[in-house]
Design a protein around this ligand. Structure first.
Ligand code: DX5
Ligand code: ZN
Length: 223
């Protein structure tokens, strides 16, 4: 069964606690937390202090997505702020293998995120060390962008590699995901759907999460 990870970036920051409580009441398993530094991506979101407030108010798994340069400097502080999973960008470090080890040493689960242009083959030598691979289906930096359909091919490739090598990392898809494309994404082999605008900008976020959760279930039930 797939996992829903609403992205808090699309919440209303004037009433963050209310929006977190909405997620608490929903069927989502994760809270996806986008950290942007204005250098790795052309936008700045929030830092450890805000993440600490978010994690203390939230009863879901805290899935931190670091879109920052020099992530090795900040892994421990985001763990201390309540991150359960920490994903770093492969493009943001020259020592990815070491950094994955560093994340795991904090006790967090380790993820690596790939920009749309980065090949899944580039992770070949670290896949066994990973708990999740985040495939960016938009260029990171902003919520509300259009899903890049080329991502579907990358999901299939990664899912095939996983099966061939008998590995068990999860595949998370981040950017432009909603009710209109979730089925295709799941069919391609994804396990975790990050959904920002499609959840928070909908009339009833709890209901939208429920619908995202139900996608593909009818087929599942046949087996
Ligand atoms: C993009 C972020 C995404 C974003 C997704 O840089 O990593 O997590 O919040 O937002 P939507 O679902 O609106 O594309
Ligand atoms: Zn993200």
């Amino acid at each position: 069964m797939h996992i829903i990870a609403p992205s808090i970036l699309a919440a209303n920051f004037l009433r963050l606690e209310d929006d977190i409580n909405t997620i608490n009441k929903s069927e989502a398993e994760y809270l996806h937390v986008d950290v942007m530094d204005g250098v790795f991506v052309p936008n700045i979101s929030f830092g450890q202090n805000i993440v600490k407030f978010m994690s203390s108010a939230c009863n879901k798994i805290i899935d931190v997505h670091l879109m920052i340069v020099e992530p090795e400097k900040y892994v421990q502080s985001f763990r201390d702020a309540g991150a359960d999973i920490i994903s770093v960008h492969a493009e943001a470090t020259v020592h990815l293998h070491r950094l994955i080890g560093q994340i795991k040493e904090t006790g967090a689960k380790a993820g690596v995120a790939l920009n749309p242009h980065t090949t899944t083959q580039s992770l070949e030598n670290v896949l066994e060390d990973l708990d999740q691979v985040v495939l960016m289906s938009v260029n990171p930096g902003f919520g509300g962008q259009k899903f890049i359909y080329q991502t579907l091919k990358k999901i299939e490739e990664l899912d095939n590699t996983r099966a061939k090598r008998n590995l068990n990392f999860k595949i998370e898809i981040d950017g432009g995901v909603g009710l209109q494309n979730a089925e295709k994404i799941l069919q391609a082999g994804a396990d975790i759907l990050v959904a920002g605008s499609s959840v928070f900008k909908s009339e009833n976020p709890i209901e939208t999460i429920k619908k995202l959760k139900l996608i593909g279930q009818e087929q599942d039930a046949k087996f």
